[in-house]
Write a protein that binds this ligand. Structure first.
Ligand code: NAP
Length: 295
């Protein structure tokens, strides 16, 4: 079997078209433009490029988008006051604080200061808790993107044996939780593996759907998967440079070998990556809708 490649670029494009239409409708029916502020403290080059990409997408979708750049030496107190200002701003529906923050600022304190209704990253404990009890408002972006990739590529999720490698708060735990929900696009039987798992291959070989978020290049080899598995490779590992001097990336899965056994597989780059920003936009549109309906 040679796998069908799940293109995150294509799925993201399709969702962005749908969001554009929703934004237009929201303007017509409620005279509301989804508002997203991205707060960047300092000038970390990777963070600058992430924030720029988020703002560019927000702009393309017709959002009211604000990029708020703050100096590296900004105090925690001032950042908390800034967040409070955006919490109260009716034109802003989503607040994104780009991580990592400078060392003198407590990241959790900052994330917890965001109004849960404007927490479009889905990291606030209120939103994490709501997902846990099956009443989510906002799903965290990367796991939400993974679910969309599975649903939109026609993977059979209900009743499937899903194995997740990795238990981080931003990918592993939330995707396990999302696919466990008693809901459409979920209802799976989920196993989570991590560095203390005794025999990881025992679990990965049982998987109908294997989601790998370990941050270890080629940790999953062909002998660790069964024929017909659906593979979502979340890992992004920098393994040198291309002849053009760009970072050369690979996932956590030995793509070339595993694609010979899988039924579907995501590439790296071009798989999960393009979905994350798109889901941030989806959450912001949802935040604007919820605010408009509550007004
Ligand atoms: P993380 O916080 O470092 O967590 C990695 C998890 O994988 C941990 O739970 C760790 O177990 C587990 N793990 C590591 N090596 C393992 C191994 N050999 N066997 C079994 N489990 C192993 O990473 P993360 O933030 O979840 O990110 C994971 C990867 O996804 C990274 O490459 C990251 O760059 C990528 N990522 C991509 C996107 C995207 O948009 N495409 C978004 C987020 C992350 P322990 O808990 O036992 O240490």
């Amino acid at each position: 079997m040679v796998a069908k490649i799940i293109s995150g670029k294509e799925v993201a494009k399709q969702i962005r078209e749908e969001l554009k239409a929703e934004v237009e409708k929201l303007k017509e029916t409620h005279d509301v433009e989804p508002g997203l502020v991205t707060i960047l403290v300092g000038e970390n080059p990777a963070s600058v490029s992430y924030v720029t990409a988020k703002q560019k997408t927000a702009h393309e979708l017709g959002f009211h988008s604000v990029q708020d750049n703050q100096p590296e030496n900004m105090t925690e107190h001032d950042l908390l006051a800034l967040i409070e200002m955006y919490n109260k701003d009716p034109k802003i529906h989503g607040i994104l604080v780009q991580l990592p923050l400078p060392k003198h600022i407590n990241e959790n304190k900052v994330l917890y200061a965001i109004d849960p209704k404007k927490d479009v990253d889905g990291f606030h404990p209120v939103n994490v808790g709501k997902l846990m009890i099956g009443e989510p408002d906002y799903l965290p972006c990367t796991p939400a993107g993974i679910q969309q990739l599975l649903v939109r590529s026609g993977a059979q999720i209900e009743g499937a044996e899903v194995v997740v490698v990795g238990r981080s708060n931003i990918v592993g735990k939330p995707i396990a939780n999302i696919l466990l929900q008693k809901a459409e696009g979920a209802n799976a039987t989920v196993t989570i593996c991590h560095t203390r798992t005794k025999d990881m291959a025992f679990h990965t070989r049982r998987a109908d759907i294997l989601i790998v978020a370990a941050g270890r290049p080629k940790a999953i080899t062909a002998d660790m998967v069964k024929e017909g598995v659906v593979v979502i490779d979340v890992g992004v590992n920098r393994i040198g440079k291309t002849p053009e001097g760009k970072a050369k990336l690979c996932g956590d899965v030995d793509f070339e070998a595993v694609k010979e056994k899988a039924s579907m597989i995501t590439p790296v780059p071009g798989g999960v990556g393009p979905m994350t920003i798109t889901m941030l936009m989806m959450n912001t549109v949802r935040a604007a809708k919820l605010a408009a309906e509550a007004a």
